[in-house]
Ligand binder design. Sequence first.
Ligand code: NAD
Length: 485
Amino acid sequence: MQTDQQAAIADQYGVLIGGTERDASSGETIDVFDPATGNQLTSVAAATEGDVNEAVDVAQDGFETWSGYTPAKRCRILNDVGRAIRDEKERLARIETLENGKPLSEARGQIERAARHFEYYGGLADKIEGESIPLDDDHVDYTIREPLGVTGHIVPWNVPAYLFARSVAPALAAGNAAVVKPAEETPIGALELSKALHENGVPEVAVNVVPGEGDPAGATLSGHPDIGTITFTGSTVTGRAVGKAAIDNLTEPHLELGGKSPLVVYEDGDLDVAVEETIKGIFSTNTGQVCSASSRVLVHDDVSDAYVDKLVAAVEELTIGPGVDDHDVGPLASASHMEKVAKYFDIGREEVGEPMTGGHVLDRDGYYVEPTVFADVPQDARILQEEVFGPVLTVSMFADEAEAIRRSNDVDYGLVAGVITTDMGKAHRFARDVDAGQIYVNEWFAGGNETPFGGFKDSGIGRENGTQAIHNYTQIKNVCLDISN
Ligand code: NAD
């Protein structure tokens, strides 16, 4: 077993139910690997259907306790949680790098964002207000926003701590109790963060973690009749199944799914900015394993040669290596994911020929592939239409604004879209006409915890982040009084 003193990863992790960490009821475990080396880091309990049912039962008690705290007390506790996570930033960042592979500096940023989520939603916990609605002289009418009870959260492996915090923090702020199913590959962050929540005043029964396989652990949670909502972050294929299971119980699903997001480079845009934002959007952030990656560039014919030359030169400068050494590009998160990305190298070669750069799995321990650029990619190519979820970029050319917008929209996804231009008219027309939940102008990944995030089309249902997310975890009750006598 690989050890790392600073991360202090335990040899074994269990299910965490009501503050007790124990084996799965079947005794089954899942091995967890360091993608930088391929060595085993630890193992984690594989929760069964019975374990998930127990976690939901316990969370119902958690809801009674936690929702009984005053909003001001929940506010103070969630702020304490934020501070505690920040105090432990180095250790938690190291854990994220070891289980997921991303560069350490990026992991630090993600832990900071997780801490910020608890502060942000802590700040909102005592501001979840209703409205009074004017009717007539005989009535008084007002609304109350009430919590939903037990909320389910299914998290993917690409940003485990931040995505845990993104939905658990608003759910707790609104007074709910949570059951969380982390990804098989990266369960440690969710377990360690939950312990930080318990140590800082969130009742142990109010946050429960059931690591395990998608089926049964995730499937049992999403189809559980006693949860008030399910927030699923992951692939579009699994999201459809989770959504259907939830709707069967008339439980509202929030689905944060995949993307194939366009970065449009207009002829008046700054090419250095365009290259920098492309590198950040698809290569140096989590090795392209980001839902909102800039995975397809559309560049104006007049500047396409200059852009591709600059881009390829910059890509070839990137260093590749273990996240703990803070290289520009880390490994992919798992051996199976590396195989999936490598298949897209083959698909791309068949569809458009040799890439401009990259296109190989690296012959070393760990799960490394080269950052890869395919140029002159037609709109119907699979490497342009399908989410690769790795450091693989397609570059295509366009002649005018209408073509740029048409091609931006011509995929099934609609998560984010970006534009590089100095012409604000073009930027606003792009923002108006492109079907995506977020529009970035001259900066990829612009925005933050405070700004709504979610997808159009096959990229999902609902929005996370910002004040909007509180609505995901509350329901409105309308109260109307006859005051005529
Ligand atoms: P995935 O769908 O394979 O798995 C996500 C989670 O769902 C895991 O915890 C998994 O165990 C669980 N799961 C698997 N089968 C299940 C089932 N039948 N029922 C319930 N849960 C099940 O996705 P992944 O490969 O882990 O993550 C990558 C995907 O996530 C990409 O498509 C990426 O774009 C997307 N993603 C989206 C966002 C967003 O905010 N929109 C953020 C991060 C990742």
